[in-house]
Write a protein that binds this ligand. Structure first.
Ligand code: SF4
Length: 471
């Protein structure tokens, strides 16, 4: 099976198609600008926001340094609390473990809370191959599932759809939805709620992801807005949580920092409407069985990259997506991965083979807005530049003729006389192209693309020529 998070085609190709979709751009501009304003107001309420960000960064850095120790401690705590821990090296192993657990309980359907990690490993598709139906219970994920679509935003997976489109979808695909269902948000939510309630009461196995896992106590934390994850993690007899190994945090006290950073950065709320915490199993309450699947799937490879490893600090708040000028225009599908936007542009190539996501580090203007808003201070522009360097050094991707042109330039820069001569020749050749003797607004032939979105300053006399002339 192909790696489910590997982009199927290059970013420029996919972005080209996305940019032609006017409706998509209108939806994205409206939603991202609204979230941006709300997030800024929520963050401004906290005078110690910068100190919190620094604490979030420091805890993650320290945790990654001793990840092996913290994971073993987590396994010990979960086991002591009555849970079972499974280790999965990759998507295939994780899917096999989850599928086997479900089959051992002789059921063919499960309810799922929204989980990027299970998206990343293609769990629903793998379960479907074993004859198991996984029902998404988050409203946006349900919309995605019913329309056979893929998410385009970390937090708002159906951001590319407006409410009229959702009404039409529900009328056609949602069991029990009235034929005259209006596009009023509360009516849409009510139709989904009635359908989901039945599923929650019927399912014997629930599946969730994890926002955090506390090593010292074995407690898993999931935050959400709708209450569906609470239902998935408490109603079924069996709960299976699939978690990337980077989600572990050492102590209960550390959780306090992230429970402040995450809601303000993601939904612009002071706290999440639902914060579910559970530790193993309790005979008096909740599931009778709890399984925690700890997933690597490229994370230890990313950890070995000294600059790139900070991408593993991500708490999936999506603030970087909402401020990114590239994401706002192309939307999430252009990234071709579970993780879109600036974080996707760095984490996808790190988790997969660099060759798979080689064009993603270029999906950025390097404006730095993502770094400014990141609640755990991931220096995304630095990682982007670092990955671009790796792409070139490892020959992962190049435009036709780019390598030859760069090689020729490198040789030119090494020889001052040749460089000065090239400057003079360049000035002569481009003289007819200068508009009113100044900037070049249109280059001919294959160079035309360069001037489609910008002017080219004409070659200037070299400093050495100027020096010789003036002295
Ligand atoms: S990189 Fe930072 S801003 Fe972007 S989703 Fe992750 S935590 Fe949020």
């Amino acid at each position: 099976m192909n790696d489910p998070i590997a982009p199927p085609r290059s970013f420029p190709e996919a972005a080209h198609d996305a940019l032609a979709d006017d409706q998509l751009r209108r939806n994205l501009a409206h939603v991202t600008s609204t979230i941006r304003v709300k997030r800024a107001a929520a963050v401004a309420e906290l005078p110690d926001w910068e100190a919190l960000r620094e604490a979030g960064r420091a805890i993650k850095t320290e945790t990654m340094r001793h990840l092996d120790r913290h994971l073993v401690a987590l396994e010990r705590s979960v086991t002591a609390a009555g849970g079972v821990v499974h280790w999965a090296r990759n998507a295939e192993e994780a899917n096999r473990i989850v599928g086997g657990l479900i089959e051992s309980h002789r059921t063919t359907e499960v309810v799922k809370a929204k989980s990027l990690t299970t998206e990343e490993i293609g769990l629903n598709e793998a379960l479907a191959q074993r004859g198991i139906r996984a029902w998404e219970t988050d409203l946006a994920q349900l919309i995605i599932q019913l329309s056979d679509d893929t998410p385009s935003h970390i937090l708002v997976p159906a951001i590319h759809r407006n409410r009229a489109q959702i009404r039409d979808l529900f009328r056609a695909e949602l069991p029990g939805a009235p034929a005259d269902l209006p596009d009023d948000p509360s009516a849409l939510a009510e139709a989904a709620r009635l359908y989901l309630r039945e599923l929650f009461l019927r399912a014997r196995v629930g599946i969730s992801g994890a926002n955090f896992a506390v090593a010292e106590t074995g407690t898993i934390a999931v935050v959400e807005s709708e209450g569906n994850a609470r239902m998935c993690t408490t109603l079924p007899e069996v709960l299976i949580t699939v978690m990337g190994i980077e989600k572990v945090i050492p102590s209960w006290r550390d959780l306090e920092v992230y429970l402040q950073l995450l809601p303000r950065s993601s939904t612009a709320e002071r706290m999440n409407p639902y914060t579910s915490l559970w530790t193993g199993v309790d005979p008096a309450d909740g599931p009778r069985e709890f399984h925690l699947v700890l997933l690597d799937h490229g994370r230890t490879t990313a950890l070995a990259d000294e600059v790139g490893r900070q991408a593993l600090h991500c708490i999936r708040c999506s603030a970087c997506l909402n401020v990114c000028p590239v994401y706002e225009r192309t939307g999430g599908h252009a990234y071709g991965s579970t993780y879109p936007g600036p974080i996707g542009a760095i984490i996808t190539p790190l988790l997969t083979d660099l060759h798979e996501g080689a064009t993603l580090p270029y999906a950025s203007s390097l404006c730095g807005a993502c770094y400014e808003v990141c609640p755990v201070k991931i220096d995304i522009p630095r990682v982007l530049v670092h990955l671009r360097g790796r792409v070139v050094r490892e020959g992962a991707h190049s435009e036709p003729g780019e390598q030859a042109a760069m090689g020729a330039l490198a040789r030119l820069f090494e020889h001052p006389r040749a460089f000065a001569a090239a400057q003079r020749i360049g000035a002569l050749l481009t003289a007819p192209l200068r508009r009113r003797g100044r900037r070049i607004t249109r280059l001919p032939g294959p160079l035309r693309g360069w001037t489609q979105g910008r002017d080219l300053p004409p070659p200037q006399p070299s400093f050495r020529d100027w020096w010789r002339r003036e002295r």
